[in-house]
Write a protein that binds this ligand. Structure first.
Ligand code: NAD
Length: 359
């Protein structure tokens, strides 16, 4: 599986021994080259998307799938799901490689894990891909409504971020209402756009930025939002900044320019490096860990298993409010960042599930 010129050694130290199982498949005929990483099944079958992109080396694909699958364990554990963390990568350009034969080979590979890994959509894969996989394997989630799935998770993700914002508002301002608050949203796409709708309906004043002019115009025309440039949105004087575009919105430069009291958004990997959670805390800016705020999508998909129940899924997503409230309470006691407490809580939940019963 390794080329001699791969930059990262695939030895035990590199793998870290943290993952339960990692498997790869190569199929010349269909062009499938995929890796599945199961980080933990302590809380249940591992769940996580398939990322389809042209990694330059196998080592980079492996590093990504190991990192992402571990993050999924933490996200599922903090979301209170009976699910573990896993992830998969297909190496190559989906525009060139995607074919029914490749997806059929991939479905057969998923079957070899016997349900210990359930896949879903991620960067480079689509709901149509999930529907196609679903013709050949049971171990796929996030299919379209027409194929018996839960459909696009984005609106539910938006609702979860909104609940995280409400919890933050309760702690900071003594009310979960956003009336009279200014919320700055970077990226008003599928998740950020619906979040803008929810915040506006709650009486918030919106400031938005997006590279997509149409998305911005909709917010200005329909929600009375003020538009600012994508490089200025984080500097906007506001009560709360919601990064809902790409990762890395908070970096060494932007962290010092923020003019808000809180950062709560949908984007994955909002901090360019973990230590910035401490910089934010020291600046008096509350930061809700992205993987706690944006768990609505994975919670929704988890409710597909055994027949999708949208009411139960939404009710579960609503409890992100309680998770975030608990993090703030613990932070007030210990002085830690919410990020550190969330990581510790997730680890404790996984450890409790794997501990042998006493007596
Ligand atoms: P999307 O592509 O629909 O929306 C992203 C928006 O950001 C687009 O409108 C895009 O034009 C805009 N954008 C791109 N570059 C930008 C920049 N530099 N500045 C400002 N705007 C920019 O994607 P989405 O599904 O809404 O996801 C948004 C984020 O939330 C991503 O980081 C994603 O990983 C994360 N997330 C999404 C879900 C979900 O259910 N969709 C779940 C969890 C996490």
């Amino acid at each position: 599986m390794t080329g001699t010129d791969d930059p990262l050694p695939l030895d035990g130290a590199y793998l870290g021994g943290e993952h339960e199982e990692v498997g790869g498949i190569w199929r010349k005929a269909s062009g499938l080259r995929a890796i599945v990483a199961i980080h933990s099944t302590a809380l249940g079958p591992s769940l996580g998307g398939t990322r389809f992109r042209p990694y330059p080396t196998v080592a980079e694909a492996l590093a990504d799938v190991l990192r992402l699958s571990k993050a999924m364990s933490y996200k599922a554990a903090m979301a209170g799901l009976d699910q573990g963390g896993g992830k998969a990568v297909i190496i190559g350009d989906p525009a060139d490689l995607r074919s029914p034969a490749l997806l059929e080979d991939y479905a057969a590979f998923l079957d070899t894990f016997g349900g210990r890994y359930v896949t879903a959509e991620d960067v480079g894969t689509t709901q149509a891909d999930m529907d196609e996989l679903g013709k050949h394997t049971r171990f796929v989630a996030g299919r379209s409504v027409g194929a018996g799935g839960s459909g696009d998770p984005s609106p539910v993700t938006s609702y979860g971020v909104y609940r995280a914002i409400q919890a933050t508002a309760s702690v900071l301002w003594g009310t979960d209402s956003l009336a009279g608050r200014t919320i700055a949203i970077s990226g008003v796409g599928k998740v950020g756009g619906t979040l803008a709708d929810l915040a506006a309906a709650d009486g918030a004043t919106l400031v938005v930025a997006d590279v997509d002019e149409e998305a911005v115009t909709r917010c200005v025309d329909e929600l009375g939002a003020t538009a600012v440039g994508i490089d200025a949105i984080h500097r906007t004087e506001c009560d709360l900044f919601a990064p809902c575009a790409l990762g890395g919105a908070i970096n060494d430069k932007t962290v010092l320019e923020l003019a808000c009291q809180a950062v709560v958004g949908a984007a994955n990997n909002q901090l360019s490096r973990r230590e910035l959670a401490t910089v934010l805390r020291n600046r008096g800016i509350a930061y809700v860990p992205d993987y706690v705020a944006n768990a609505g999508g994975i919670i929704n998909i988890a409710y597909e298993q055994g027949g999708y129940d949208p009411v139960a899924a939404r009710e579960h997503v609503g409890r992100i409010f309680d998770e975030v409230t608990n993090l703030f309470e613990e932070a007030a006691r210990t002085g830690e960042t919410l990020e550190a407490i969330a990581d510790r809580t997730a680890e404790a939940r996984m450890a409790a599930a794997t501990r042998p019963a006493s007596g």
